[in-house]
Design a protein around this ligand. Sequence first.
Ligand SMILES: *Cc1c(COP(=O)(O)O)cnc(C)c1O
Length: 394
Amino acid sequence: MPENSQYGLSTRGVHAGEQRDPQGAIHTPLYNHSTFAFGTTAELLDVVEGRTPGNLYTRYGLNPTIRSVEAKLADLEGGEQALAFSSGMAAEAATFLAHTRTGEHIVCIGDVYGGTFELLGDNLPQVGITTTFLRGDQVDRLPEALSDRTRIVFFETPANPTLQVFDIAAIAEHARAAGALTVVDNTFATPVNQNPLRHGADLVIHSATKYLGGHSDLTAGALIGPAELLTPVGMWRKNLGQVVAPEIAFALARSLRSLTVRVAAQNATAAAVAAFLDQHPRVERVNYPGLATGEAKRLVDAQMRGGGGMLSAVLDATAEDTARVVDRLRLFAIAPSLGGVESLVTQPITTTHHGLDPAERAARGIADGMIRLSVGLEDLDDLVADLAQALDAT
Ligand SMILES: *Cc1c(COP(=O)(O)O)cnc(C)c1O
């Protein structure tokens, strides 16, 4: 099937990147092998010297199972190429290292994954790469934060756990004018709900551990964008040994074939859960892109095709009472991940934002009474009944 074709996203999720082997296996088989053999020295040199694409050594990513899932990932995001990694953090680390040098600078906007915050704030400064962090409500200060040493502007949209949506096109325009790349973490939205490359982002990152894997049973990452920007990242991936394992690539490809169906169901259920919580007397505020109004709604409509499966709600409750509500939930498991078939709940002050001091948390809109939900594939009525019994008990 031609890549980036005229087919719809579901068709591409099933067919893109698939390569039948001589046995006729219906999907690309699992090639668990570390190395590949050549008929002649000349054939080996053609691959080593890049004249013909081919399989060579799995750590290089030159493995048919890995290349197949990468072709599918690139197609789903509408990018030229993809690199698959052992984790989302591996994708981020290789991207930052490949596109910045000692003495250069990154701008990070809004709330980001805890590991990202540590990588940018603690690890990269050790090699002389510094980051300016702008809170979500400070995005208008981006032009002042950019300097001639800024190489990357990085953000998540929607961001965790406030579900704040950032204007990809507007940010990318500022970044481009300053000579910096715009790198968007699209983990929460998934390619079903949003394609950042279409709105001016240069690179898209995924923690494939979340929706792309979708069953809480694999850890992987992905980077998608033009070949020219991926080539230097691929070299870091190769020499840091960060490639995805073939069996994980195989499991990820299986998950991607049902991505659109899963995310469509999660969009619909999360929207209904958000509406239920929004009218509940014990809930002060619900953060969900599908509930946005005014200017925020215009942005959501311009940039997103669905609200996603993630939402957060601020309860009219203390931290302790909020923990009691969380503990009473039966179907929502208490766990710090997202994007799986099972619904999960966290209290951000006890997990993702545990380390932040209370004043900083308040400035970021992360209240003691906030819960974050990852809505799974259970029946809506069961999830609503579970939330109702947990909220209504005194
Ligand atoms: C989980 C997550 C990551 C890190 O991904 P891993 O696969 O755990 O390394 C990065 N960004 C976001 C938004 C995440 O949720």
